[in-house]
Design a protein around this ligand. Structure first.
Ligand code: XMP
Length: 325
């Protein structure tokens, strides 16, 4: 029978047998796959592993800090933190088309990844959190005909974006390739990953940049981060985080009239998008409790400067998508 302990032991042995004393690079995303992967590799090869975290500036409030703290303090795994916030913001300055935004973020990610892996390298292997369903799809990897090694063609966290340049096609080490997502979660739990990672809602690679419709600016990012944090706080306070597949805020680049005290306001609306789903392919809008929605709305309008209205998305998928871009 399959147990997490047996898996961890076998994975550790296999990693050692495969990479020996060669150096491995891992791009941490903050999700359960890359976090579990980091733990396994660190246990197997110690400082031959380099964990890199590229901060695009599009994560949720406090998430980058919490991730790095967790790795340092709980797991004693050093993380190379790459602050690329300004670069990513510059890369999408003035861009309003959703696909163009994704494309530029993806290209910027590859550029930063390339520069940083040269600066920190050289590396022989790239660790990827490929899961069994990805292996079956298999479109994102090639096999080297001479050695039979699977080599990296794309970066998993940005699988919807262009390929890696030739000189970055590291050999892959993929210890999770026989696992399904629920098995990864079990392994993650057994090695002490906190629920905030294990049960984290899916979060898109381009992050908050595709939850600000139209142009992404520093000001809009600050507003959305604050509104999004309130959503998360209230959902957690009510103990309903796991009732949703995803529950998040979207910022619309328009303004509407409101009134605050005796002042007229003219500010952005925030959309609340709460859905239930099995796999993200289809989704129902969630019948969230009115009290919860009321508290979130009041807090956002009162606490987040630049927002004067909160609306709730009651569209299922299809025909709507989960994200707004
Ligand atoms: P949609 O909006 O297509 O989303 O209904 C389905 C699921 O995919 C996630 N999503 C993304 N994930 N990069 C990602 O890594 C992306 O560009 C992206 N767009 C959507 C979305 O959050 C939902 O879970």
């Amino acid at each position: 029978t399959w147990t997490t302990a047996a898996f961890v032991e076998q994975a550790t042995r296999e990693i050692r047998a495969k990479v020996g004393d060669k150096r491995v690079l891992l791009a941490l995303s903050g999700g359960v796959d890359s976090s579990t992967l980091a733990f396994l590799l660190h246990q197997a090869i110690g400082d031959k592993l380099t964990c890199m975290f590229i901060d695009q500036g599009f994560m949720r409030k406090l998430e980058p800090e919490r991730l790095i703290k967790l790795f340092h303090e709980q797991f004693h795994i050093p993380v190379q933190y790459v602050n690329a916030r300004d670069r990513f913001l510059a890369a999408i300055a003035g861009v309003t088309d959703p696909e163009e935004k994704r494309k530029r973020i993806g290209h910027e990610f590859i550029s930063v990844f390339e520069e940083e892996s040269k600066r920190l390298g050289p590396f022989d292997y790239l660790a990827q959190g490929t899961l069994y369903p990805d292996v079956i799809e298999s479109a994102d990897t090639n096999v080297d005909p001479k050695t039979g090694d699977r080599v990296a063609v794309k970066i998993k966290s940005h699988h919807n974006v262009g390929g890696l340049p030739k000189d970055l096609r590291f050999k892959l080490v993929e210890p999770l390739r026989k696992l399904f997502k629920d098995e990864v979660r079990r392994v993650g739990t057994s090695i002490g990953l906190p629920d905030e990672i294990i049960k984290r809602h899916p979060f898109p690679g381009p992050g908050l940049a595709i939850r600000i419709l139209g142009e992404v600016t520093e000001e809009r990012l600050d507003i959305l981060r604050d509104a999004d944090l309130i959503v998360r706080q209230e959902i957690n306070r009510n103990g309903v985080y796991n009732d949703f597949w995803q529950a998040f805020a979207v910022l619309l680049p328009i303004r509407s009239v409101g009134v605050m005290g005796d002042q007229r306001t003219y500010a952005y609306p925030i959309v609340l998008r709460f859905v239930s789903s099995e796999d993200g392919m289809t989704a129902d809008w969630s019948r969230a409790p009115y009290d919860l929605l009321e508290t979130i709305s009041n807090r956002i309008v009162n606490e987040v400067k630049g927002v004067n209205r909160v609306v709730y998305d009651i569209t299922s998928k299809p025909p709507g998508t989960i994200e707004w871009e």
